[in-house]
Design a protein around this ligand. Structure first.
Ligand code: O2Y
Ligand code: MN
Length: 609
């Protein structure tokens, strides 16, 4: 379709203005067809940006290598440009919106010369669902178009729902690398230098402007930019929740079903939990989503969640048949790999894939020839795959995708989980005493920094409230208030119960006490039972903990270990509370709701009783 055929006058005008500003050679409106996807892949292969993989191993799949300066989300170049700085809050980068638009307009001038401008109409959520939202991304990257085909619902069907006056979130994206006459990418991933990259959000006007990066969350604007940063603002204004949460379906041996969402900071195994294979006989876990949940109240007073995405943008290193068989199966075909190793037989390879690489040599993520590794480990800094290497895979290919994953009405949520990587103090599982206590738990989520993230902070706890710190499009103090208000304005008995889980407790020798992965089903089963008014628990100063006989320990976990996992570490908790009071809550100034200080005081009082 060409721009003249667009039936939405506002959209047509916006695209025409973008064309005038960015000066592409040609413009295409994406139809979302398989032929279009195949053409995008061919364009990237012809430009030397993608390598087709062995069709006998990974049919319909390709590998990309990005520029070494463009390998992950760039938080220090991500902006919330609200009119008032205090509305962005202390945890977001802020620039005055007019100033930022001036800087970026100058960058966008002629930025698409020599390239095609693609106009991608996309739906976050099943097309036409009451909970879904429409976005339109303008981009000059065929890599982005192909990824958006997998991660969202793209094309003419979205324009049909939009009609001639529907609402959409306009999203600009340019890699920031115009081409001169006759110039080609010639195998070089196009992007701009770091100090020219901008990932900008304008919350009042619901706009996204991204420049200079072609990678992941910086460029696939439906994901973190729309579905979290802009949607969190919409959710606050419209009375719903846009959360950084997985959604799973769990069925007990009697065939009863519940749906649970969970928020975890990165590197806590969120995708693994969403696709868990239970070790507990008779239980079944299926996936609705692995990263984002949009939740609205139904007429019955319950919260209903949809997964706004249509694919997984999963971290490859560490994913293997043991840690996540379902993810491995999901990316066996029709997938896009970015920054993985390439074996001699045309397969992808990454650290902790579960085996060495065949043959004599392998190409690393920078395209350098290296000796084929005999094991699946590499020294830090010498990895074959980049630590943030990714697979983009259609969710429908996941063997454990729940049949209702695309239900436009969403699924009713029984429990929220919060968690982090906490080697000490935080028990295996702890149920909040009330909604406000649960909000308190969410507000203090923290995770131990692992070597993969920031090496000079290894071992320290980094607080990441609700796992939303990089993704909340407004002041986090107001975000806490929004959660509290939802609880106060709805029947608490119908709201999800709230739990804090910790799969990462270590003993004094630094060894994990709990095996995690499929064994986490034992904890999910207790949570399931608690949501049915069953499941044995004891009231403690920090919440409801399972009694010692409530969770059958997995093999290798002794009764002593279970005691350690389920005890209240009074001194540890006093230190936790003191840290929250001294270092965490003051960050939010007078926007920190008084109800959360009251919870802090109440827990402290119970710990001292
Ligand atoms: O580095 C990126 O661009 C990807 S970040 C990401 C991707 C999938 C799911 N979650 C995340 C995240 O950072 O939370
Ligand atoms: Mn995420």
């Amino acid at each position: 379709m060409n721009v003249q055929e667009l039936k939405h006058p506002g959209l047509k005008k916006w695209v025409e203005e973008a064309v005038a500003l960015m000066s592409p050679d040609t413009v295409e409106v994406c139809d979302g067809s398989k032929a279009e996807y195949d053409r995008m892949i061919k364009i990237t292969v012809d430009a030397g940006l993608a390598t087709p993989l062995n069709p006998e191993k990974l049919p319909g799949s390709v590998l990309f290598r990005s520029d070494p300066s463009d390998v992950a989300r760039v938080e220090n170049r991500t902006y919330i440009a609200s009119q008032r700085e205090e509305d962005a809050g202390p945890t977001n980068n802020w620039i005055n919106p007019a100033e930022l638009k001036k800087i970026m307009t100058d960058l966008y001038k002629g930025s698409m010369k020599g390239r095609t401008m693609y106009v991608i109409p996309f739906s976050m959520g099943p097309v036409g669902s009451d909970i879904a939202k429409i976005g339109v991304e303008i981009t000059d990257s065929s890599y982005v178009v192909a990824n958006m085909h997998i991660m969202t619902r793209v094309g003419t069907k979205v324009l049909d729902v939009l009609g001639s006056n529907g609402a959409y979130v306009p999203c600009f994206h340019s890699v920031g690398k115009p081409l001169g006459p006759g110039e080609k990418d010639a195998g070089l991933w196009p992007c701009a230098p770091l100090d020219k990259k901008y990932i900008s959000h304008f919350p009042e006007t619901r706009e996204i402007w991204s420049y200079g990066s072609g990678y992941g969350g910086n460029a696939l604007l439906g994901k973190k930019c729309l579905a979290l940063r802009i949607a969190s603002v919409l959710a606050r204004d419209e009375g719903w929740l846009a959360e950084h949460m997985l959604i799973l379906k769990i069925t007990n041996p009697e065939g009863d079903v519940k749906y649970i969402t969970g928020a975890f900071p990165s590197a806590c195994g969120k995708t693994n939990l969403a696709m868990l294979i239970p070790t507990l006989p008779g239980w079944k876990v299926e996936t609705v989503g692995d990263d984002i949940a949009w939740m609205k109240f139904g007429k019955d007073g319950r919260l209903y969640a949809i997964n706004p995405e249509a694919g997984f943008f999963g971290v490859a290193p560490g994913t293997n048949n043991e840690s996540n068989l379902n993810a491995m199966e999901s990316c066996k075909k029709n997938s896009i790999f970015t920054n993985c190793g390439l074996t001699e037989d045309g397969d992808v390879w990454w650290e902790l894939i579960g085996h060495g690489a065949p043959g004599k040599e392998i190409l690393d993520w920078k395209g350098n020839k290296r000796p084929a590794p005999k094991t699946d480990k590499s020294p830090k800094g010498e990895e074959i795959a980049h630590p943030n290497a990714r697979f983009t895979a259609p969710a429908r290919q996941c063997p454990c995708i729940a049949k209702e994953w695309e239900d436009p009405a969403g699924v009713p949520i029984s429990a929220f989980l919060f968690g982090g990587r906490r080697p000490k103090t935080i028990p295996l599982v702890n149920q909040a005493r009330s909604w406000i206590h649960g909000v308190f738990m969410g507000s203090i989520v923290g995770s131990e920094v692992t070597a993969a993230v920031i090496s000079d902070q290894v071992g320290q706890v980094r607080r990441d409230p609700f796992a939303m710190l990089p993704f909340c499009g407004y002041h986090m103090g107001d975000y806490f208030k929004h959660w509290i208000k939802l609880g106060q304005s709805h029947d608490e008995s119908k709201l999800p119960k709230i739990f804090f889980v910790n799969w990462f407790r270590k003993n004094d020798e630094g060894k994990f006490i709990w095996p995690g992965y499929g064994e986490n089903s034992r904890v999910l089963a207790w949570i399931f039972d608690r949501c049915s008014g069953k499941g044995k628990a004891q009231e403690t100063p920090i919440g409801f903990l399972p009694t010692l006989d409530a969770i059958t320990p997995p093999q290798g976990v002794s009764q002593g270990d279970m005691q350690e996992l389920l005890k209240v570490d009074i001194e540890g908790w006093k230190a936790e509370i003191a840290d929250v009071r001294k270092n965490h809550y003051p960050k939010f100034g007078d926007k920190l709701p008084k109800e959360l200080y009251a919870e802090l005081d109440a827990i402290e009082k119970r710990l001292n009783a």
